[in-house]
Design a protein around this ligand. Sequence first.
Ligand SMILES: Cc1ncc(COP(=O)(O)O)c(C=O)c1O
Length: 388
Amino acid sequence: MSTPAVLRQSMRRFATSAVRRAVVPAAAQEPSATTIAVSKAQGVSYGLTGAIGNTPLIRLNKLSEQTKCEVLGKAEFMNPGGSIKDRAALYVVKDAEERGLLRPGGTVVEGTAGNTGIGLAHVCRSKGYRLVIYMPNTQSQGKIDLLRLLGAEVYPVPAVAFDNPENYNHQARRHAERLVREQGEGASVWTNQFDNTANRRAHIETTGPEIWAQTNGKIDAFTCATGTAGTLAGTTRFLKDISGGRVKSFLADPPGSVLHSYIQSGGKLAERQGGSITEGIGQGRVTDNLAPDLPLVDGSLHISDEKTIEMVYRCLDEEGLYLGASSALNVVAAKEVAEMMGPGHTVVTPLCDGAYRYADRLFSRKWLETKNLIGSIPESLKRYIVLP
Ligand SMILES: Cc1ncc(COP(=O)(O)O)c(C=O)c1O
């Protein structure tokens, strides 16, 4: 018998076998009307970029019961590159294309050590562009390797402050300018995620409308931490506009970031001091992405690393969610906003990425001890500390 015939026969056998009848409940054979409607609406994604966004909005059941609110997490870890930064990556590249700054086969240059680089790597491969990444040489070899295996050319450079011309962001800009000088207009673009407002536009045009549609407009507050602030600014702008200002917005800030004190002091910019276990968030200035929408923000919260790490473990244990630290910080903020607003309110926050890239730290006893955070993990959750 030929191979396809054997396959067909064994599939027929499986289809009628008692095993199949036993393991597949009748209901699973008939998709629900919702499944069909969602699948039809999603249709086919034309290339990777079509699969960015439209992430599920997950009700955090335990936290919702605890606060008597609806605490909802937008599952941004389900983007193809694994984080919320896929949205910004797609928009800064689309913006460069629309403005004629990037011709086919051109080179995208960015300064990033994190998820934006990963998002850009996927978007650039999918669209046929080259990608060059500059990052501080203090970053782990793992991050460099990941970007290289995703096809990027990576330059780790000395970690110096932003006002030093050798800062990785300025080197990225000069690299793109050099390529344009040598190869002409359209050869290269520096996507400049911090101050390129195409980043904020991604969230005005996608994240905000998705949240509004998914909650049927029944949302009372949005909160998240900021790196570039594209997410907070764009989502806040959309939700404020569509709700006539009704939806509240709160900035959540980790230790080492100046924005909480900036908002609380009515606009005094302090020196950056200290640091946090979170990655991708925390800021020392008001970026161009944040500036137009900062006046719309209703308030801010400072979230300690102790609360964040506890929430990493709680989300895993109570909700089954394996989240990175910035997402856990956002969930703490959503819980505090829910408690502040009182029962019956709906609060939404992004779950920016998963814990996969951070597991060797977040679940390591030695690392937790070094950071003085082991005492913040409740005894009942210490069984998740599985790495030495
Ligand atoms: C894990 C993670 N969370 C949050 C953010 C912050 O998002 P935004 O740059 O839109 O403020 C980033 C940004 O890189 C990130 O990597």
